[in-house]
Design a protein around this ligand. Structure first.
Ligand code: BTN
Length: 259
C-alpha cells in the first residue's frame, strides 16, 4: 500500500482551496461519515468541513443499501450550506468531480451511470450519496458522501466482484488515496463555486452519462420501469420512453443497463 497516512495536515497543506478541506476531521474507523457529518452540521460546522474515515463499519449506500468501506478505500463526506435551488445539482457536481479527479490522478476514463454511480470499464468504482435537511426554502445543511474503491482487491469481495472495480484493480498497482482526495476537494470546490456564480453543471453531467439512448431497467421504490433512457431533466430526473410511446419521469432509482 502506498500510504497509510491520511492525516488532516497531509490533506489540507497547500491544498489551494478557499473553504473546502480547510477543516478536515479524520477517524481511523467510523460507523459512517454521513452520520458524523450530520452531527457536525447540526453543531454549526464551518462550510467545507470534511469528515474522512479510514474504514466505515456501517457505510451507507443509496436506497438504504449497505456500502462496503474497508481500509484502502476513500470514504468521506463534505458539509455544505447550498441554496435550495442549487441542492439538486450537488449530485451532478459530485459525480463530475470524481470523474475529473480519477482522470487527473490515474489517467483512467470514467463515466456516470444515472443518477450518480461512477464506472470504469463498465464497473462501479465510486458511489455518491447526498443527504440534506431542508425546511421550506431553507437548507439547514447538505452533505456529499463519496466512496471510492481505491486500493481494493475485488477478488476478496465476491459479493460485488461482478459489478464493481477499484482503481488499483484497473491499473494493476496501488494508487495514492491522498492524491485522489486532494484533487477531489479542489474539484468539488471549483464546481461548487461555478454553480454559485450561476454556471451550469447540468450539461456536462448529462454528456458524461452512459445511460442515455440505452435500454435500461430502473427500480424506483417498488416500481420497476423498462424502456429507453431518452434524456435527463435539469432537476436530475430520468426521462424514460416505454415501448408503447409513453414517457416516465423518474426522480430517484437504480438503473441497470439492459443492452
Ligand atoms: C451508493 O452508490 O449507494 C452510494 C454510496 C455512498 C458511499 C459513501 S462512502 C462515504 C459516505 N459515508 C457513507 O456511509 N456513505 C457515503
Amino acid at each position: 500500500m502506498i500510504e497509510n497516512n491520511l492525516s488532516p495536515a497531509s490533506i489540507t497543506s497547500n491544498l489551494g482551496t478557499h473553504f473546502i478541506g480547510k477543516r478536515v476531521i479524520y477517524y481511523p474507523s467510523l460507523t459512517s461519515t454521513m452520520e458524523m457529518a450530520k452531527q457536525e452540521a447540526q453543531q454549526g460546522a464551518v462550510e467545507g468541513t470534511v469528515i474522512i474515515a479510514g474504514e466505515q463499519t456501517v457505510g451507507r449506500g443509496r436506497i438504504k443499501r449497505v456500502w462496503l468501506s474497508p481500509k484502502g478505500n476513500i470514504a468521506l463526506s463534505i458539509i455544505l450550506y447550498p441554496s435550495v435551488v442549487n441542492l439538486p445539482f450537488l449530485i451532478m457536481l459530485a459525480s463530475l468531480a470524481v470523474v475529473h479527479s480519477i482522470e487527473a490522478v490515474t489517467g483512467l476514463k470514467s463515466q456516470v451511470k444515472w443518477p450518480n454511480d461512477v464506472l470504469v470499464n463498465g464497473r462501479k468504482v465510486c458511489g455518491i450519496l447526498v443527504e440534506s435537511s431542508v425546511r421550506g426554502n431553507i437548507v439547514d445543511y447538505a452533505s456529499i458522501g463519496i466512496g471510492v474503491n481505491v486500493n481494493l482487491r475485488l477478488s476478496d469481495f465476491p459479493e460485488i466482484l461482478s459489478t464493481a472495480t477499484s482503481l488499483s484493480d484497473e491499473l494493476g498497482r496501488d494508487v495514492s488515496r491522498l492524491s485522489v482526495i486532494r484533487r477531489l476537494l479542489v474539484e468539488v470546490e471549483r464546481l461548487y463555486l461555478a454553480l454559485q456564480a450561476g454556471g451550469s453543471i447540468y450539461e456536462e453531467w448529462r454528456d458524461s452519462l452512459i445511460t442515455l439512448d440505452r435500454r435500461v431497467r430502473v427500480k424506483s421504490d417498488k416500481t420497476v420501469y423498462e424502456g429507453i433512457a431518452e434524456s435527463v431533466a435539469r432537476d436530475g430526473s430520468l426521462l424514460l420512453r416505454h415501448s408503447n410511446g409513453n414517457l416516465s419521469k423518474i426522480v430517484a432509482g437504480d438503473a441497470t443497463l439492459r443492452d
